[in-house]
Design a protein around this ligand. Structure first.
Ligand SMILES: [Zn+2]
Length: 197
């Protein structure tokens, strides 16, 4: 069963709650091709998912990647995001500018973490409960500020599965990229279940 991230908070808030094995599908940056390519496939299978948006760049492009020589890509517009919200997809914050939070001072961290939440909530009219650290860049201060800002959980780029003992402001993930072949994905799942990462 797939679940959006925010309902998972109850696993930590009510540790005695019984839950089975749950899978959350998460997508960083909010690319237009999520709406064009991933959503139709996910809907066929009855899957939901969570997309992390860069609040200053809705309907724009992936400037932070282009600066690093990466391919240009369109990002979803507010209208597209609102449509997907209606279809049951979850959205969270991925900062205002896709900043390396571990490379800036705590004033900038606070602004990127708090203002992205406020701006997305005002643009979309729903609470932003979950957060994703760009580049997986995080430190104790960023994790504390994410918690203080009122997010219920946050995902990192650390590899692996999550248990009740995982810090919910630094959740592990299993990375799937556009060049990840199916056998490699199966191996990653096997490795995570066998070795926890
Ligand atoms: Zn990103």
């Amino acid at each position: 069963m797939t679940t959006s991230l925010h309902p998972l908070e109850s696993i930590w808030v009510h540790p005695s709650a019984t839950v089975g094995k749950l899978i959350s599908l998460t997508f960083d940056d909010g690319y237009q091709d999520f709406a064009d390519s991933a959503v139709p496939i996910m809907e066929t299978h009855g899957f939901t998912g969570t997309v992390f948006l860069v609040s200053d760049h809705l309907g724009a492009t992936n400037e932070w990647d282009i600066k690093l020589g990466e391919k240009f890509a369109d990002l979803m517009s507010r209208e597209t995001i609102l449509k997907l919200l209606n279809q049951g997809f979850e959205f969270g914050s991925h900062t205002m500018t896709h900043v390396h939070l571990d490379q800036v001072d705590d004033g900038v961290q606070r602004l990127e973490i708090e203002k992205s939440k406020a701006d997305l909530e005002s643009a979309l009219g729903v609470p932003m409960n979950v957060f994703c650290y760009p580049y997986g860049g995080l430190n104790d201060s960023a994790m504390k500020l994410v918690q203080e800002a009122g997010y219920s959980s946050a995902v990192s780029t650390r590899k692996g599965l999550n248990t009740r003992d995982t810090n919910r402001f630094c959740l592990n993930r299993i990375a799937v990229r556009n060049d990840t072949l199916l056998p490699v994905f199966v191996y990653k799942l096997w490795r995570a279940f066998r070795y926890g990462r």
